[in-house]
Design a protein around this ligand. Sequence first.
Ligand code: NAI
Length: 456
Amino acid sequence: MSTIDIAIIGAGPGGYVCALRAAKLGLSVALVDERTSLGGTCLNIGCIPSKTLLHSSELLSEMQNDAASNGIALAGVPTMDIPLMMQRKLGVVAKLAGGIALLCKQAKVTVLQGRATLLGEGKVGIEGRDTGEISAKNIVLATGSVPVELPFMKFDGQSIVSSTEALAFDKVPGKLLVIGAGAIGLELGSVWARLGSEVTVLEFLPQIAPTFDADISRHLQRSLARQGLIFHLETKVTGCEVKDGRAVVTAEKGGQGLSFEADKVLVAVGRRPNTAGLNLEAAGVTLDAKGRVETDAGLRTKAAGVWAIGDLVAGPMLAHKAEAEAHLVAERIAGHKALPLDHDNIPGVVYTSPEAASAGLTEKMAKERGLEVKVGKSFYAANGRALASDAADGYAKVISDKATDRLLGVQIVGASASELIAEAVAHLEYGGSAEDIALCVHAHPTLSEVLKAAAQ
Ligand code: NAI
C-alpha cells in the first residue's frame, strides 16, 4: 500500500467516526481493529448491549408492576427467557456492526483486521488476518479503555467479572455483588435485580453516581433501593476468596469489618486507557501520570503526525466524547479549523430507571469554582405527561449564575433524562441563560416541560 493520509487504530465510536468523517473530507483512510466486528467496546460489549438488556428487563418490570393498574390482564406471571433476551441483544449488535461495515465500504475506508503497533516514522505494523505494514501521513490512536482490576481480586471470567461477562450471564445469578456505584455498576446491577438477582452494591465514596450532585444521587439511590438494590456506601473492599464457585468478599465500613457472599462479583471501579502493546514509547508518544496519552488541546500527541482520541486521552470516558474528538481530528488533518471540546458541556447519563443525566457544572463544581449560583427545581410528579405515563419519579435541577442568569448546568433524574439533557447541552453551548430555556415554548404535555419549569 502506498502512503495513505490516515491510519486509524481502533474501530470504536472514536475510530470509525474519524474514518468516515476523514473519508468524507476526501482523505485516504485505513481503519485497523483486532475485532472482526466493528464498533469497539461501545457497540460490542458496552453501551449498546447494556441498553438492550436494560430495555428487556424494564419491559419485564413494567409488565410485572404496571400492567394491572393500566387495566391489562396477563394470562400468567411474566418471566424472562434469558437465552432469548441475549439473542435479541446479539441481533441488535450485529445489525449495527454490519451498518458500520457498510458505511466504511461505501466511503472507501480500507478496513483491516489485526493487532496494530506503532513502528515509528508513520508506519503501523498489523498482525492478524491482514498481517502487514502500512505507511500513513497521520496516525490516529483510538484504542479505548479496559476495565480496571482490583489487585486482590483478579478477573477470572466466572466468579469475579467485568461488565463484559455481566452483559452475557447465561442465567440470573442468585446473589450479585457489585463493586463500584458508577454507571456500569448501577446499570448492570439494575438489569440483574429486575431479572431476580439479589443485588448488593459496595461503593467507596459517600454517594452513588459520584459525578452528580449529592441530592440527585440520593434521589437515584432511593429509587433504586425501592427496586431492591442494597447499597453500602463509604465501604472499602479489602479482600476476596473464591471457593466452589462462590465468592466471599470482605470489606470495611466505618472501621467495621463486613463480609458478603455472592455467586458473581461484578467489579466496576472504572476503566483505564488501553495502551498495551501499541509500542507508544518507542514511537515518541508520552503518557501522563494516569496512564493517558498526552496531547495538546487539538489532540496531537508528542510524536509528529500521531493523534489520540477518546478514552485514551483526558476527559470523560464516553462514546459521544470520542465521537466529537474524532470529528475534530479529521477536520484538523484535512486542514480545517475545529475548536477543542469544552469537557464541561459533555453530557453524562446513567441509564437506570429512572435515568440520571447531567450537563455543564454541578452545583458543587460551580461553588468550587467560586461562582454564586441560583438553583431551580421542578418535579416529575407535577407534570401531566409524567403522571399519564407512570413516570412520576424524579426532578430536574437547573443551575445558573446568580448575577447574570447564565446557564451553568442541568441535572435530571427521571424518565427520559438521557433525551431531555440534549436541550440543556444546546443552551450551554450557545451560552444561553436559564430564562432562555423558560422562554422557549415546549410542547404540552411532554416531559420536557419539567426542564422548562425548573428553568422558570
Ligand atoms: P466509574 O468511574 O464511573 O465508577 C466507579 C465507581 O467505583 C466510583 O463511584 C468509585 O468511587 C467506585 N470505586 C472505585 N474503587 C472502589 C473500591 N475499591 N471499592 C468500592 N468502590 C470503588 O466506573 P465504571 O462504572 O466502571 O465505568 C467506567 C467508565 O465507563 C466510566 O468512565 C463511565 O463513565 C463509562 N461508562 C459510561 C456509561 C454511560 O455513559 N452510561 C455506561 C458504562 C460505562
